[in-house]
Design a protein around this ligand. Structure first.
Ligand code: SF4
Length: 401
């Protein structure tokens, strides 16, 4: 896979060595078991796959290139480049401005952006409407377009499905930048509808099987379907794609469930005319990170720490998997760890940062699971590990690895 030139301060002396060794021992990525690192009486159980993915490194490289190549120009990012506070803060400190926030609220009025400016498209991509607006202004939307190729793959697959008269069911969060972009692109070629989870999928399936009225359907999916969606006509031929950072197992569950719904409605012999197989659109990094996290569930440990931005979808899903078994602390960086007993951690259910007054248990040896999201620099994970070791009065040197 291509190597990207990203600022050295995002790399980590510990993690780089661990990843390099694992890659050497397992170049085909068949072994999802974690790496165990011992520092005196603390054992870190490190996920096999985590941290910057292809799309994120690509976006970081292009964004820093944009800064270097255009010292005399104003540089805008459509919104947060990725969902990581440290990376976004560093870009802001270098003079980059965000045009919108993650909710789509305008931070810089469109009138202020001109053809003289550089506009970076983030890794999530953007909507057709915003792309057209920028082009009409005479802004080059290609030079610094960091849309991840794996997101574009979803768009291309949706376009193909649209050509064969499929309606696109998108498994995603309808306010997330990537889902908005995917919806906008799939909407060009076909009616589209967004489901967030199995609960919404069950409602959709019940409608297909005639258990809900059209009025109930329209009310249920009112912000989540194409403007002219014809519920009676547009659900005869469907294909499922996803926001690439959703739980891959959930996307598969949704696709399998809708396939069996279409079999129930139209019969097994005719299923190919009513349901498209879209397994090939799942992103490799999401798959790898989630599979490696599932492998962590086979370990025994005292607690788990997940590092990443609190608005990062892929990171939240890692937390969701781990908290089934472990006391799991989701922190944006090492500063959230206050002492051996105190940590501020994000609760993915209440969406609040909560203070915990128990953190590191009093034990002779501690086993700590650690991982991070696809938008988190390895250096942030490194600092979390160092903070824990410092609290345990253990001196640290990357040379021990
Ligand atoms: S998680 Fe996958 S789709 Fe998203 S930026 Fe990374 S490689 Fe691309």
């Amino acid at each position: 896979m291509k190597k990207f030139d990203i600022p050295e301060y995002y790399r980590s002396p510990i993690i780089s060595k661990v990843k390099a060794k694992r890659k050497l021992d397992d170049p085909r990525k068949k072994d999802f078991s974690p790496t165990s690192l011992h520092f005196d009486n603390v054992e870190f159980i490190i996920s096999r796959h985590f941290g910057f993915c292809y799309g994120v490194e690509n976006a970081i490289e292009k964004s820093y290139n944009a800064i270097q190549e255009n010292p005399d120009k104003r540089i805008f990012l459509l919104s947060q480049m990725i969902h990581n506070p440290e990376v976004n803060q560093d870009l802001l400190s270098q003079g980059v401005r965000f045009i919108q926030d993650t909710e789509g609220n305008q931070l810089v009025p469109w009138d202020e952006v001109t053809s003289e400016d550089i506009v970076i498209i983030p890794a999530f991509g953007t909507t057709v409407e915003i792309s057209e607006l920028l082009t009409e202004k005479g802004i080059d939307v290609q030079s610094y377009n960091t849309t991840c190729p794996f997101v574009e793959k979803v768009w291309n697959r949706s376009a193909k499905l649209g050509q064969s008269d499929h309606t696109i069911i998108i498994h995603g969060k309808h306010r997330h930048e990537e889902t908005k972009a995917t919806f906008s692109h799939s909407n060009l070629n076909s009616p589209s509808l967004i489901v967030r989870d199995m609960e919404e999928t069950r409602f959709l399936a019940d409608f297909i099987l005639g258990k809900h009225s059209e009025a109930d359907f329209s009310e249920f999916f009112k912000d989540k379907m194409s403007a002219n969606f014809n519920a009676r006509e547009d659900l005869r031929k469907i294909g499922v794609v996803n926001q690439t950072t959703m739980l891959a197992t959930e996307t598969q569950e949704i696709a399998d469930f809708l396939r069996s719904t279409m079999i129930e409605k139209f019969g097994e012999e005719d299923i190919k005319n009513h349901f498209a197989d879209t397994r090939d659109t799942l992103c490799y990094a999401t798959n790898d990170n989630q599979s490696a996290t599932l492998e962590l569930l086979n370990q025994s440990a005292d607690l788990a720490i997940v590092v990443g931005g609190y608005n990062s979808s892929n990171t939240s899903h890692l937390v969701e998997l781990l908290e089934d078994k472990f006391n799991t602390y989701f922190v944006k960086n090492a500063d959230e760890i206050k002492s051996k007993n105190e940590i501020d951690a994000f609760n993915i259910h209440s969406k609040e940062v909560e203070k915990h007054t128990t953190f590191l248990p009093e034990k002779d040896t501690l086993k700590i699971i650690i991982t991070s999201g696809a938008s988190c620099p390895d250096s942030a994970v490194d600092r979390v590990m160092q903070k824990v070791l410092a609290l345990m009065n253990i001196s640290f040197s990357p040379d021990v690895i």
